[in-house]
Unconditional design. Sequence first.
Length: 161
Amino acid sequence: MHIRFDVPADPAYPGRVAAALSSVRLRRFTLIGAALAAAGAVGLLVSRGGRFSSLWLVLLVGGLLSMLYAPWVRWRARRRSDDYAVEGGYDITDDNIMMRSGSESGGIAWDGVAQVREADDFWIVYVGRMPATVIPRWLMPPGDAATLHAFMTARGLLTPR
């Protein structure tokens, strides 16, 4: 397998990458926030102005703020990464993923990849428990995307569709 494709210098691309990577890391804030907000709302309804109503209100507000944290971080990441638009590319083989962005380049060996997850238009590549990079599916020719999907599924890195 040898897949090569380019990434254009699109100002929106770095923001999309930042949003995809941050969504993985920030998902727990949304879940915790929903649980806190639900507990606070139920507590407020049950107590009806009782002794612990301020505690329930704090839980409700804290939960709502926690739920809003992830969209705020994604918005900031998109806004701050607009200046990083440079041409790049990917060169993916049976052995590794080589990435090029402007004058910088780097790679990840498939042996070091723990898993790959699908998110929006990307495959998020994990090294250990941390998301290391993304592979943009929409920039790949459809045949190459199918080949890479089959390769990652055969290695047990990606669950079959």
